[in-house]
Design a binder for this molecule. Structure first.
Ligand SMILES: [Zn+2]
Length: 199
């Protein structure tokens, strides 16, 4: 990045938070500082009883491999909507978010691609329906038990980890959307542990 994305001035450097960062020289108050490139991914363990939803990749890399549905959260999208949307787009299944079971943090340039990424795995409950897919980006979709997955080729390791974690953790033990400071503010969701929730 060479020019300010807000006002197009040539960026200079500025000390902020203990580091030299690219920053806009506009003394008038543009205020842009380059803090780096971050993204949020969402993954969905969608349950139908004790079976979980897997989709089969149609695109490289790893065409033919099976994984839980998921994708990127849009910057202006409620995260519950992101994960429910990705499930519907990839599998045709309508599912409702239950709770969050874990996340992976990866530093930019590594497994998460060019940006530093947080990939949050949620548990969702499927509404009745048969999986469907576009036969392009996704070339297969279905609900499978862990026993069935053990005999499938190309089940992504991170997906299997997420499914096992989600199956072991008691119902209601994950972080759920809760009321708290800022509740009701547009675009604001608070997730927290619910002691004595739905056990
Ligand atoms: Zn600027």
């Amino acid at each position: 990045m060479k020019f300010c994305p807000r006002c197009s001035l040539t960026l200079t450097t500025k000390e902020d938070g203990g580091r030299e960062r690219l920053a806009c020289p506009d003394a008038g108050g543009c205020g842009f500082i380059d803090f780096g490139d971050f993204s949020i991914g969402v993954g969905a363990v969608v349950f139908d009883d004790d079976r979980a939803l897997l989709v089969q990749r149609g695109w490289e890399p790893n065409r033919g491999h099976w994984q839980i549905p998921g994708g990127y959260a849009e910057h202006d999208e409620n995260i519950a909507e992101s994960v429910e949307r990705e499930v519907l787009e990839e599998s045709g299944i309508t599912a409702k978010l239950r709770d969050a079971v874990g996340f992976r943090h990866s530093i930019g340039g590594g497994i998460g691609g060019p940006s530093t990424n947080i990939y949050i795995v949620f548990r969702l409950d499927a509404e009745p329906g048969e999986p469907s897919f576009d036969d392009d980006e996704i070339i297969g979709a279905g609900f499978f038990s862990l026993d069935e997955m053990a005999n499938m080729e190309g089940v992504q390791g991170l997906s299997r980890w997420a499914i096992e974690l989600a199956l072991r953790a008691p119902h209601g033990s994950g972080m759920q959307a809760v009321d708290g400071p800022g509740s009701g503010r547009a675009g604001w969701t608070l997730f927290g542990l619910e002691p004595g929730g739905l056990l």
